[in-house]
Design a protein around this ligand. Sequence first.
Ligand code: SF4
Length: 307
Amino acid sequence: MPWQKFLGLKVPSSQSAFLKRRYSVTTDIRSFQLCSRQYGHFAVRGYAPAHSVQIYYGTLIHQVLDRAHAHYAGLRDPETEGQFPTNQDIENYFDEVDQALRVRGVQSVRSSTQAAERKAALRRLKLFNQIEGPELYPRVRDTEYRLQSDQGDYLLYGTVDVLADSPGWLPGMKGEIWDYKGANRPEPNTEKFHQYEFQMLVYAELYRERNGYYPERAILYFLNELDTAEESQIRPPEALLEVPLDPKRIEVALYIFKSTVSDIEKCRRKDEWPEPQAELLDKNTCDICDIRWNCPAHVGKYPMRYP
Ligand code: SF4
């Protein structure tokens, strides 16, 4: 019998490889801190959100600005190298990204205010292009700059929106990291304010590990603050926030990152994802959460909503 030829064959049992999990500051740590129940359902168990309102505006802004940077660098068309995008260019890039997002089913959840939200987003992007473009675009060294660090049990990663040369230095020497926010600047000493700072402090450490030194500056840019700049065409002071890069604060941020990863791992082991305590609930997040209707934190408050 042919199978008897293999009687003496020994097959080693399969080895299970240890794959390190990747944790990002925004998609994992901040989401888990905001609500572990929501994080468990969507990021770990893999439920698909019915509406992707949270990512619509952010993705729109990032992708249009990415195209504006690529336009100046001549990456999309060599003929535009060194040219600042016009309002019409921004409008074209906006339509391109908006349509691509709609095809993927990513759009604003509030259909009643969708048109106004799109109009506001386009207006802010044009203002950014006019106000910041002439000074910023020539300094941009890279966009969607990926950073990663091996933390032993897991990989820590993040993506910086823009890596720019510092003014007054030769290109490639000192760098600035920029992160765009489709939001207003939060009040100082609020949870949101600390979360944004936390993100930049972790990015600064990732940058140091990759380059051997900290970035010269870490900048948060709040595009919604540009609403007041329509007439003046001057950047409102609230739009730009420089996060001080104190090594002690960076150390604390890394400690918080590490202990949050440990909390996530504990929840994963038990597959239990508790909702936040009442005083830590974020109303904006809960109002558009797909699983709010049966959330123990809001018994009887939200009716069942069908996708
Ligand atoms: S409704 Fe709020 S508390 Fe409940 S799961 Fe959703 S985000 Fe979390």
